[in-house]
Design a protein around this ligand. Structure first.
Ligand code: DGY
Length: 333
């Protein structure tokens, strides 16, 4: 950890490496404890650092709960550099009177693009085909035995979780002439359904009818294992399943078993239970495309996410309401 000390400037923690220009911007206004070496902090180290600062920029690798906040007497804000905030125990943060923020909107299109990329890579066996070439199999090319995939165009896309990113994926599907069905905690207003040309169905119908299922819902205890063995058994044997939501939404063990038994065609995963560890059964399978949680990972978008997190911190420390405050109600703001 590196520290720049200037008297009278509030002290802040930047828990993971950020772009050097963003760090330089922060150093103009704050005493910054930075972690450009990008080594994930232990819970104890995080607790110690949070005890020294007025604000913290964090990511999914930092769990912010009562334990992390035990020494955080001056902390005013924890600013997540991500839209998902399942690394936050929001009630514990609110109970400590601390503001919690995330980075919505700035990553919607980039993440929707990647969701679509993963649907396509999974159905058309892109990574498996690349390995096939690298392993020297191209001389076995054949009309019937090449890696044969499933069509995207004019197929049925089932989206579970129809927030901003889900709707972005639905709009991209329009260009492929796909039929879009969705399931969500609550049904969208009619105008939004029309804009996406999407039909609301229950989860069971979606799993039975969709050729490609994509998960874009936030993680919560009640969404844990939204897709397990029972749900996978409802899917078509030709169907694909893509998870860009969060690990834990899918039961990875049940999924690996289904992929091994080929009860569904293939899966594409950007998120995993227990990441950065990937279940060893998934690593052995060829009908799964694996990505290291990169749905929002373009330079432009990651810069925008960091900028929004900085904006949130600056607002909070200036006594204003941060633009993307999660716990406004709990804090009466
Ligand atoms: C998010 O912002 O929640 C993404 O998962 C991070 O890439």
């Amino acid at each position: 950890m590196n520290t720049t000390t200037t008297p009278n400037k509030p002290k802040i923690l930047v828990a993971r490496a950020i772009f050097p220009e963003a760090l330089a911007e922060l150093e103009q206004s704050f005493d910054v404890i930075s972690n450009q070496a990008d080594v994930v902090m232990t819970p104890q180290a995080l607790q110690e650092q949070l005890g020294k600062v007025s604000a913290a920029l964090v990511t999914g690798s930092e769990r912010i709960d009562a334990n992390a906040l035990a020494k955080a007497k001056n902390l005013k804000i924890v600013a997540n550099i991500s839209v998902g905030y399942n690394n936050f125990d929001v009630p514990a943060i609110s109970a400590a009177g601390i503001m919690a923020t995330n980075t919505p909107d700035v990553l919607t299109d980039t993440t929707a693009d990647f969701g679509f990329a993963l649907i396509m890579a999974t159905a058309r066996r892109v990574t498996e085909s690349e390995r096939w070439i690298r392993d020297g199999h191209w001389n076995q090319w054949s009309i019937v035995t090449n890696p044969l995939g499933m069509d995207i165009h004019h197929s049925t896309l089932g989206i579970i979780g129809m927030g901003r990113i889900g709707q972005g994926i639905a709009k991209r599907a329009l260009g492929f002439g796909m039929k879009v069905i969705y399931h969500n905690r609550s049904r969208l207003p009619e105008a939004d359904e029309k804009a996406c040309n999407a039909r609301y169905v229950d989860k069971e119908t979606l799993l039975k009818e969709a050729d490609h299922v994509i998960l874009v819902l936030p993680y919560s205890a009640e969404n844990h294992h939204t897709i397990g063995a029972k749900e996978i058994a409802l899917m078509k044997p030709t169907a694909t399943l893509v998870n860009i939501a969060r690990g834990g939404i899918v039961d990875d063990v049940a999924l690996a078993a289904a992929l091994k038994a080929k009860t569904i065609f293939a899966a594409g995963l950007d998120v995993f239970e227990g990441e950065p560890t990937v279940h060893p059964d998934l690593l052995k399978l060829s009908n799964v495309v694996l990505a290291p949680h990169i749905a929002s990972a373009t330079e432009k978008t990651r810069r925008a996410m960091v900028s929004l997190a900085i904006e949130n911190v600056k607002a909070a420390l200036a006594g204003a309401k941060p633009p993307s405050l999660i716990n406004a109600d709990a804090l009466g703001k």
